[in-house]
Design a binder for this molecule. Structure first.
Ligand SMILES: Nc1ncnc2c1ncn2[C@@H]1O[C@H](COP(=O)(O)OP(=O)(O)OP(=O)(O)O)[C@@H](O)[C@H]1O
Length: 332
């Protein structure tokens, strides 16, 4: 079974009513409600290949969760089509559920009053996982996520970091080909975040799972994703390698080189300007919209000049994304 995700022209509109302000407004809204149409997701198309981890990014309210809800079968699209591991999720919810795992960092899918281990057993029965397979997988997850120190605790008494680790294990116990993660590390401390990222990397690289991840944590994106899809106001505005997005919006890098010969004549390179010079110290920066990435610039400088020392400053991904969000505002 292929674990790919195919999204074609997917759209979701919500019809809501808004309450007018004040008492008189509230009364009027009762008899004549003001209807509002919200285009939460508009005509988005992308693919995720089997065994790929894709980060779905965008500012608050961009439409990320709505997209994930359509792909997990929770919501039906207003238009367009999606296939997850070959199944149309909102038409065949049960079949889709067998192929996917989902973790919503903001809420648990576990039984609140039961010890975690009992939740795992219920899930084993629901998904009809053979006992030995279940035990082996649980041992693997315990190894990677340290679950056994708290898996006899009721879910309601777990800390956030413990609870999400259990949610991750629960979502993967039936060995799904495709995993949806909606802000999985929200509110976790840095150590647990790193543990979860390591776990996810293992699931993609060693187990070949396909992962669609949403997050506002740019360190997470850098550590896990090679490709990102950016949505803003419900529209897909970028789809490509993280490096391309950096190139397009991360225009603030610098390469600082110390030349072996301080009298060397230094000229601009393709897409690279000389932005400062003091004796043997030369600072290069991006020149124009087709400027190379900082790593390409580094290579170009080393190839052209004999240098004794070289350092680089890169715009951090938070800055890059902020610029990308602002530049894509007209996707509205
Ligand atoms: N059930 C609903 N009824 C009405 N509007 C909704 C509903 N669900 C989502 N929306 C609206 O659709 C838009 C997209 O919401 P969504 O939750 O998909 O955004 P998001 O990208 O996941 O945001 P965040 O990063 O804040 O979680 C928002 O404007 C939201 O208010």
């Amino acid at each position: 079974m292929s674990g790919s995700i195919e999204v074609r022209g997917l759209s979701r509109t919500f019809h809501t009513t808004v309450r007018r302000p004040g008492f008189a407004g509230a009364l009027r809204s009762l008899v004549d409600p003001e209807r509002v149409v919200k285009h939460a997701v508009s005509d988005i198309t992308f693919d995720v290949a089997e065994g790929e981890l894709l980060a779905l990014l965008g500012p608050n309210g961009a439409g990320k969760s709505t997209t994930i809800k359509m792909l997990t079968g929770i919501l039906t699209p207003t238009a367009g089509e999606a296939r997850v591991a070959g199944v149309v999720p909102y038409r065949e919810r049960e079949r889709n559920a067998r192929n996917i795992g989902a973790v919503f960092g903001q809420r648990t899918q576990l039984w609140w009053d039961l010890p975690v281990r009992e939740s795992f057993q219920i899930l084993r029965d629901i998904y009809e996982v053979p006992k030995a397979e279940h035990a082996a997988r649980l041992a693997e997850f315990d190894d990677l996520l340290d679950l056994s120190s708290f898996w006899d605790t009721r879910v309601r008494h777990l800390s956030l970091g413990q609870r999400v680790r259990c949610d991750l294990a629960a979502a993967l116990l039936h060995d799904p080909a495709v995993v949806f993660l909606d802000e999985p590390t929200i509110g976790m401390d840095v150590v647990v975040k790193e543990q979860v990222r390591e776990f996810l990397r293992h699931q993609v690289e060693q187990r070949g799972r396909t992962v669609l991840l949403t997050t506002h944590d740019m360190t997470e994106v850098e550590r896990l994703a090679e490709r990102v899809v950016l949505i803003n106001h419900g529209r897909l505005v970028l789809d490509g390698p993280l490096e391309d997005i950096r190139r397009k919006f991360g225009s603030t890098w610098q390469v600082r080189a110390t030349l072996a010969d301080p009298h060397t004549e230094v000229t601009a390179l393709r897409g690279i300007a000389v932005v400062g010079r003091e004796g043997p110290q030369v600072v290069f920066g991006p020149d124009g919209p087709d400027a190379p990435t900082v790593h390409q610039a580094l290579k170009a400088v080393i190839e052209r000049y004999e240098v004794t020392d070289i350092a680089l400053d890169e715009a951090d991904l938070e800055d890059v994304m902020r610029a990308a969000y602002v530049h894509t505002e007209d996707g509205r």
